[in-house]
Design a protein around this ligand. Structure first.
Ligand SMILES: Cc1ncc(COP(=O)(O)O)c(C=O)c1O
Length: 356
């Protein structure tokens, strides 16, 4: 399958913007981009536009994901990859995306911004498994170009099985691109699907440095896909997508594997402790098993508990209005003192919201 057969024809024929830095390369006299010739003291180099496709970072990310650089697009967080995929594959008013709620909310928002229709095939409670029959039917009946799967899924924390993902890849062959969002995969026991891209040209994987790598503020992520998809998205990228300080921060982070491993080990252990502490509380009705850096847990009066926590200075996410998540709140794994503060505030909130 050639995934470009799914792309918007006008994007395939678009002449991309040629930024000045791309043309100039590393010439010693740079007078083609209307920059300030003087750097600011202490902010050396920031008078110049950054490299449009930062090669050292592409190589470092490719190495860390075990892939050749032509399968890697470096972007401003995986949010940007979601937007780029929508823009490249979904014509407004004609094409659709498929999502499996409860899931990460930005897929639907990005689709709405692009004017793409949204087809929802909810995960099946209580274990939030994929509804394969529903997905197959939707693919037959609707002009779906992108299928968003999230594993580990935000907000439930569960991973999709190999069998579930394979089934969707099979259904999608020749029909749609499967976008597998692995924002939280470093915290999971299951491996990433990045090693299997060769076998599935219809697969695109979202990765990010915002979670396990601790770089949410730098806004760096990657789309891993067939080189033809990478080439297509490069045509519609902003001229200078990544700020120079973010490129620097990402290179620094990627060179310190030991920090990453320590952080992952800490989160996994703290997640386990927090899950046990939550399950031990009488007012907590259910804790979903999580392979991410957060836990979804159910209480009888989620809105009030959420408000009580906020009044004590502890912010968690109220999921209770999302279909399938009635009663649920989501808490991120924090530092030890933050987790302790959360549990203490939760005890107060539960005491005040459980009717005597
Ligand atoms: C499932 C999922 N995908 C993507 C993102 C966006 O991540 P990034 O910071 O890389 O844009 C998030 C953020 O919370 C997320 O939960």
């Amino acid at each position: 399958m050639n995934p470009l057969s799914l792309a918007r024809p006008e994007i395939l024929t678009l002449k991309p913007y040629g930024s000045a830095r791309r043309e100039a390369g590393l010439a010693p006299v740079l007078l083609n981009a209307n920059e300030s010739p003087q750097p600011r003291p202490g902010l050396c180099g920031l008078n110049r536009y950054p490299e449009p496709r930062p090669q050292a970072l592409v190589r470092a990310l490719a190495e860390s994901y075990g892939l050749p650089p032509e399968r890697v697009l470096v972007i401003r967080g995986s949010d940007e990859a979601i937007d780029l995929l929508l823009r490249a594959f979904c014509a407004a008013g004609r094409d659709a995306v498929l999502i499996c709620p409860p899931t990460f909310g930005y897929y639907a928002v990005s689709a709405a911004i692009q004017g793409a229709a949204r087809v929802e095939v909810p995960l099946i409670p209580p274990d939030f498994r994929l509804d394969r029959t529903g997905i197959e039917r939707a693919l037959r009946e609707q002009p779906i170009k992108l299928i968003f799967l999230c594993s580990p899924n935000n907000p439930t924390g569960g991973v999709l099985s190999e069998e579930e993902i394979l089934a969707v890849l099979e259904m999608a062959a020749d029909r749609a691109l499967v976008v597998l969002d692995e924002a939280y995969i470093e915290f999971a026991a299951a491996p990433s699907w990045s090693g299997r891209l060769d076998a599935f040209p219809q697969l695109a994987i979202l990765r990010t440095l915002s979670k396990a790598h601790g770089l949410a503020g730098a806004r760096v992520g990657a789309l891993l896909a067939d080189p033809r998809v990478i080439g297509l998205l490069e045509r519609i990228l902003a001229p200078y997508p990544l700020p120079a300080p973010s490129i620097e921060a990402a290179l620094q982070a990627l060179s310190d594997q030991a920090w990453l491993e320590r952080n992952i080990a800490y989160i996994r252990k703290a997640r386990q402790e927090l899950a046990e502490a939550l399950a031990a509380r009488e007012g907590v009705l259910r804790v979903l098993p999580s392979e991410a850096n957060f836990l979804a847990f159910a209480v009888a009066r989620p809105k009030e508990v959420h408000e009580h926590l906020a009044a004590q200075g502890v912010l968690v996410r109220d999921l209770s209005r999302q279909p399938g998540m009635e009663g649920f709140l989501r808490v991120s794994v924090g530092r030890p003192e933050e987790n302790a503060a959360f549990l203490a505030a939760l005890d107060q909130a539960l005491a005040e919201t459980i009717a005597p």
